[in-house]
Design a protein. Sequence first.
Length: 363
Amino acid sequence: MEATVLTRPETPAPADASPLARAPDSTRMFQEAGQAATVAAVQLTANSDKISALAARLRANPPRVVVTCARGSSDHAATFARYLIETKAGVLTSSAGLSVSSVYDASPNLEGALYLAISQSGKSPDLLAAVRAAKAAGAYAVALVNVVDSPLAALADEVIPLHAGPELSVAATKSYIAALVALTQLIAAWTEDAELTTALEGLPAMLARAWDLDWSSAVERLAPARNLYVLGRGVGFGVALEAALKFKETCGLHAEAFSAAEVLHGPMALVKDGFPALVFAQNDESRASVDEMAAGLWARGADVLIAGGEGAAPGALPTLSSHPVLEPILMIQSFYRMANALSVARGYDPDSPPHLNKVTETL
């Protein structure tokens, strides 16, 4: 079993809090998420030489496989990485089961593997145990971590700093976006994708624009909700997972994330009139199937909100067009502002979710 050490926050959100008891822009979540554009600009410049050197190593010594190692929001960044690595670099990528090393004291043969450990704090005991085991099993460990003097950074063969700065709200926002940006910069350099590399240069300015987009219609429609689906596909699936987590931890709203393909295999049976769904739809090869799935939801009477839809379409949320890999990053930035406002509208404190702590020490 996994034992998780949870610390009750000092000021949990009262169950009977009045809606809009505080201004949405007064929260730490709002302030920190709004810094993502600056974080990305600093990171892309500061990590350029380090990323180039690591990318050259990966081209000279291609990994046999890539294994990702993360929990929570960082694991959602790892899901984004899996689709990006497999479609761009053509290397099989899998998520590590951290209990294999921390609980069962076992490890597969990782000779020739690239081991990507992603973390904000770099402190979780099971993540550290997994990295130790991976290195002992022959893996080359790269840490993408925000705290550069953390135990994880000390363990890794190479460290890619996230440069997100202090993040005091329990809900990870700018550090999640920083992880997506770092992964994209690394894979663009590794695969020598000039188009993606050029698009990344404009990402900070676009993140600033994405933060200002008006998703207030989603706040109005989701404020009374009790359950919803969050759907995406390909590189958009990782941000769907992240959005579902944020609905749970900041809004007290039961949200389940599914691939736009997997939702057809069973979960669609729950969709009835008014059932809410948030869809992330980037403009890549997955788009036609996501649109078809969204149309099926509408046909069943679902209340569909779609990020990436046409501006005049029912339930369309404003988004920015960019390189398809970057569109989910821009969408999650707009989502964070909406989720913060929704949390306040539902009477929660997004900075201090009940029963959660910033660092979850899973053993």
